[in-house]
Design a protein around this ligand. Structure first.
Ligand code: F6R
Length: 240
């Protein structure tokens, strides 16, 4: 795994975009794996600004997101689909038909998981963007999740609910379940960029980069990927 330590969040976003832009210029019909959360927002702003300048087009790009809350979907402000529209899709020339997120609104959640797994099996993600949870989670794969997991329903841990409460009016509004790509789906990407910013990620970054490769830190598996890049700012990397 390549490790890049940046002086701040701005440089972290720029480094991530450098890699993404290269892929998009080489392959205008690339397939992107996308994440929500605060960390990739700087990257998404750079993607949007460059698209506006006409440097990069997303007309032939497809995207697959990592996860969605169960019970939230289009029209729900806190849903991940709305997050993606607000922070990226509405600002680039991507066709919304080519954007995919797991369906948190299906009455039969197992069917929704199976459908997403099938879609992913027929796609090849050129670059998967990831953030990391304070407990080392990737997507909503919490510590203890099998490295062989595929798209599944998770009960969110108390820590993740607390971490995500900042996006809601109150902690009671945070959904308790999510539908998430599994670790095996993530590892199938041709390349992976994982981003970590801020001191609250320092323990997770240490566990992912220097700890044992095991299921207690889901992000540690990325060290076995043939083309993964970990980009951490100096605060997130402070325990390395
Ligand atoms: C989001 C996701 C999560 C976040 C992680 C970090 O789609 O899958 O794993 O990447 O919780 O979130 P932030 O970036 O808000 O610190």
């Amino acid at each position: 795994m390549n490790l890049i330590i940046t002086k701040d969040y701005e440089e972290l976003s720029a480094k991530a975009y450098e890699i993404v832009k290269k892929i998009l210029l080489e392959k205008p019909d690339a397939t992107l794996g996308l994440a929500t959360g605060s960390t990739p927002v700087g990257l998404y702003k750079l993607m949007a600004a460059d698209c506006k300048k006409g440097e990069v087009s997303y007309k032939n790009v497809k995207s697959y997101n990592l996860d969605e809350y169960v019970g939230l979907g289009v029209g729900d402000e806190q849903s991940y689909v709305e997050f993606m529209r607000k922070n990226l899709f509405n600002h680039i020339d991507i066709d919304l038909k080519n954007t995919h997120l797991p369906d948190g609104m299906d009455a039969d959640m197992q069917k929704a998981c199976d459908r997403y797994n099938e879609m992913l099996a027929n796609a090849e993600i050129d670059v998967q963007i990831l953030g990391i949870g304070g407990n080392g989670h990737i997507a909503f794969n919490e510590p203890g999740t099998s490295f062989d997991s595929v798209t599944h329903i998770v009960n969110l841990t108390e820590k993740t609910i607390e971490d995500n409460a900042r996006f809601f009016d109150s902690i009671d509004e945070v959904p308790t379940k999510a539908i998430t790509m599994g670790i095996a789906n993530i590892m199938a990407a041709k390349s992976i960029i994982i981003l970590a910013s801020g001191a609250n990620k320092a323990d997770a970054v240490f566990a992912a980069v220097k700890g044992k490769i095991d299921e207690s830190c889901p992000a540690s598996i990325l060290r076995t990927h043939k083309n993964a890049t970990f980009i951490a700012d100096i605060e997130a990397a402070s325990k390395l």
